[in-house]
Design a protein around this ligand. Structure first.
Ligand code: ZN
Length: 850
């Protein structure tokens, strides 16, 4: 590498801040290229600190002047901050700095998006706005004055005075700097209001660019639903007079929970039937809930340091999943979440980027906003709830809010609450936070003299920096079915806490069929020698919807693996089973649509790798195609019937019921297209009045090689809608044949509407390449080359998004020598770039080593 490795920060080195902040006054004099930020910060010595040395974080800014208690000072200024001699006791710090939002393409700190000023401060962006102790355990009350000629000028908290050319804001709740936000520009609002459980009126607004007003109603309703739900389920009331949401076009992530002023990637809040799919609506509802729920789990109770990120993210993902389960279908939500967990978190946990839910060290914290911290973090919360039970869970949460309100906390604080409520020792449970890797849970069974015994063994493979792992406590939800399909033992939670353990069920008259890991009660890989007959039995009889779905998925996977390794024919047992489930009218159509899903290419590659072989991406693609063809043939009548039975006649609603019907109809349409060459898809495309129908039809047409006209028409129809055009970019790549994926991607990167400055557009395009394994891993290596080209171009502009997208390469060790060599060459090429960002340097370094 061309420069010294950046320094890692370790959890074990935590020390409390030397100075605390009692209040902050900020004045912004807005100017696109030279915004002045004036700060007045009251500092007081921290009685818990051992030093009075004074250092402030600060990057990419010009210090104009600084004063302590009114007297000019000359601090020692470096690239990452400043130090200064200060008095022994409390003092007032004042500074004026100049920053340049127009040149800020990293989208951290204060930047411009579509002509509007906006901020992103989590995790360490506030230090690009002014000099400050930018760490979450420094909490303070902020008062903000914005000066400028923008018609709308917003910050956190409640509005104060405003007038010609200025607006003032005061946030009474002490907060860390990462929750600071400012937005200013030509914005219009969609208003609403909410009466809290104690009868307070809260004004709500969704702020958007003129023209997007018509896409706010759904988000507004989702916000109200979230506010009510948090009152009803967790007793949490909102705590300001105003709650603002702003949509911005250029954003590195989904959304941000700034106190009273949530900022959203426009793709995660704007919704209309014509431009958003059912899946978009569901995701928007969940993200609005997620950010709102952070008000208590993240803002009122925040994190002591960034190693504790899962404290707020794991818990808040868990809460938003509960919300979605309550608003829609709990089994469908659970299955969707497990699909994502396996696709993203298991992939991460089984590769070079594996890290604990609470990491021990990092170089760049932005690289740890991962599936492990978020999604596995949420699984840990779910396991904890299962282990202590619903009643103790409620008590513990009430105590958590009571005990820690206003504090910056750790995972130790969180677990102590549960220990105090239950009297239980959670030391072994804590390993889930500290040890990376996905446990393998193997199981055998035996039946003798009326007693049925399940024998479990757990083992977690080594991960970078962690060679051996002690056994964890694993809640295993198990039910038993009799040979006739009746449930003979209802779900019970087996608490495994040793490396190997037996569990007995007595008083049974015959050998039962076990349903293990119901509801996916722990994030483990279950390994069980079983057969098609048992899977088909569970699929027909299991009362647990997750395991019913899982049985079908296991059948599909087993059949596909045989097709890939032995050239076997599509599995008749699978085809029969999937017909049974798809046509079972007693089941929710959304669930039936999920049963028509197949394991992903990446899933199969991992399974082949786990079994000690080398996956061939083209062979995996071919097998999936062959199975889909065979299924379309075997289920031809079924598909036609499902398609006509599940047409939605009523006015479009994005709710669970209608979207379930559309999901099933569209799954049927995909099968029909393999038989009719695209006639039905073209008809649906031509008559579609909502994006779900239009996009599904377009996907089918592309799949059938009949997409050219529709692709053109789609562009002409939607060229002025960025979010829809993002879909247009992505879909063409996702549906290209593997030997065309790179060419299509390359062509689209030349399109006038392609820009790497907009993360959504970049991800829609290059992310679609990375997400198409057979094309990305094409033996020519051109997929690797193309992605590396663009990551190299993006890094100087936007390190955060570049670094995230490097994870496309994280699976490289699964593949053959030739591919490994090609990937390594591209990773080294990225690593060798002069001035590569710290973010990308860390990611590429971690992917290459181990
Ligand atoms: Zn979050």
């Amino acid at each position: 590498m061309s420069h010294a490795a950046p320094q890692a920060i370790h959890l074990a080195d935590y020390t409390p801040p030397n100075w605390l902040v009692s209040s902050v006054h900020l004045t912004f004099r807005l100017d696109p290229t030279g915004t002045r930020v004036l700060s007045r910060i009251e500092f007081a010595p921290n009685p818990d600190a051992s030093s009075r040395d004074f250092a402030l974080d600060g990057e990419n800014m010009k210090l104009i002047s600084a004063r302590i208690d009114g007297a000019e000072v000359t601090p020692d200024v470096g690239a990452h901050g400043l130090t200064c001699d200060v008095p022994d006791g409390a003092f007032t710090w004042e500074a004026e700095v100049e920053i340049n939002p127009a040149s800020n393409t990293a989208l951290e700190g204060l930047y411009m998006s579509s002509g509007m000023y906006c901020t992103q401060c989590e995790a360490e962006g506030f230090r690009k706005i002014t000099y400050y102790p930018d760490r979450p355990d420094v909490m303070s009350v902020f008062t903000v004055r914005i000066e400028g000629d923008e018609p709308v000028m917003l910050s956190n908290g409640n509005p104060g005075n405003s007038g010609d050319g200025f607006a003032e804001w005061h946030d009474p709740w002490p907060k860390p700097a990462y929750l600071f936000a400012l937005v200013a520009g030509r914005l219009v609002n969609h208003p609403g209001s909410f009466t809290t459980m104690s009868g307070r009126e809260v004004d709500l607004n969704i702020w958007v660019r003129p023209g997007d007003e018509g896409k706010c109603a759904f988000g507004m309703q989702a916000l109200k639903d979230s506010m009510r739900w948090d009152e009803e389920v967790y007793g949490r009331e909102y705590d300001l007079d105003l709650f603002n949401i702003v949509a911005v076009d250029d954003f590195n992530m989904g959304a941000m929970e700034n106190k009273g002023l949530n900022i959203f990637n426009s793709s995660c809040v704007l919704a209309s039937p014509e431009t958003s799919t059912d899946a978009n609506f569901e995701r928007i509802e969940a993200i609005i809930a997620h950010e709102y729920f952070h008000n208590w789990t993240g803002n009122r109770i925040t994190c002591r340091d960034w190693f504790q990120l899962c404290l707020k993210e794991g818990l808040t993902v868990f809460r938003d999943a509960q919300f979605t389960s309550d608003m829609r279908s709990a089994p469908v939500k659970r299955i969707e979440d497990v699909i994502v967990l396996r696709a993203r978190q298991f992939r991460e946990d089984n590769g070079p980027l594996a890290h604990p839910v609470r990491p021990h060290s990092f170089v760049e914290i932005n690289n740890f906003y991962t599936a492990t911290v978020y999604e596995k973090g949420a699984e840990l919360i779910g396991m904890l709830k299962t282990l202590v039970g619903d009643e103790a869970w409620s008590k513990a949460l009430t105590l958590y809010f009571q005990r820690h309100d206003g504090q910056a906390c750790t995972i130790e604080d969180w677990l102590k609450v549960f220990e105090d409520v239950t009297g239980r020792d959670l030391a072994q449970f804590k390993r889930w936070y500290e040890d990376a890797g996905t446990p393998r849970l193997s199981v055998t069974d035996e039946f003798k003299d009326g007693t049925y015994t399940l024998n479990f063994k757990q083992e977690t493979p080594p991960t970078p920096g962690q060679d051996s792992k002690p056994p964890r406590v694993i809640p295993i939800a198990v039910g038993l079915l009799g040979q006739n399909g009746d449930e003979v033992v209802e779900t019970r939670i087996l608490e495994m806490n040793k490396a190997e353990q037996n569990f007995e069920f007595t008083g049974l008259s015959a050998h039962p069929i076990p349903s293990i890991l119901r509801g996916f009660s722990a994030p483990v890989i279950l390994m069980r020698e079983t057969n098609d007959a048992e899977r088909a039995f569970l699929l027909a009889h299991d009362t647990d919807p997750f395991n019913k779905w899982e049985a079908g998925r296991a059948l599909a996977r087993a059949g596909l693996l045989e097709m890939i390794s032995e050239g076997a024919n599509p599995d008749a047992a699978y085809l029969e089973a999937v017909r049974t489930m798809a046509t079972d009218d007693s089941l929710d159509p959304a669930f039936r649509a999920l049963t028509l899903g197949l394991p992903s290419q990446d899933d199969l590659a991992q399974a082949i790798h786990d079994a000690g072989s080398t996956p061939d991406p083209q062979a995996i693609w071919d097998a999936l195609e062959a199975l889909k063809d065979a299924r379309a043939e075997a289920l031809e009548d079924t598909a036609n019937a499902l398609y006509s039975q599940h047409q939605v006649g009523e006015t479009y609603r994005p709710d669970a019921e209608q979207s379930g019907a559309r999901a099933l109809a569209n799954a049927a349409l995909a099968m029909i297209t393999r038989r009719d060459g695209g006639a039905a898809a073209q008809a649906q495309y031509d008559s579609a009045d909502n994006m779900t129908q239009q996009l599904a039809a377009l996907g089918c047409l592309l799949q059938a090689g009949k997409g050219d006209t529709a692709v053109q028409a789609f562009y002409e129809q939607w060229q002025d809608d960025r979010l829809v055009i993002d879909k247009w970019f992505g879909l063409q790549i996702a549906h290209a044949a593997p030997d065309q994926t790179v060419a299509v991607t390359e062509r689209l990167t030349q399109h006038p509407d392609f820009t790497m400055k907009n993360p959504n557009r970049f991800r829609a395009t290059l992310g679609a390449l990375a997400g198409s394994p057979a094309g990305f891993h094409h033996a020519s290596g051109e997929g690797y080359r193309l992605l590396a080209d663009w990551l190299i171009k993006l890094d100087p502009l936007n390190p955060q998004t570049t670094a995230r997208m490097c994870s496309a390469f994280e699976t490289w060790r699964r593949y053959d020598d030739a591919r490994q060599t090609l990937i390594k060459k591209q990773l080294r090429r990225i690593a060798d770039q002069p001035k590569l960002s710290r973010d990308t340097t860390e990611m590429v370094g971690r992917i290459l080593q181990s």
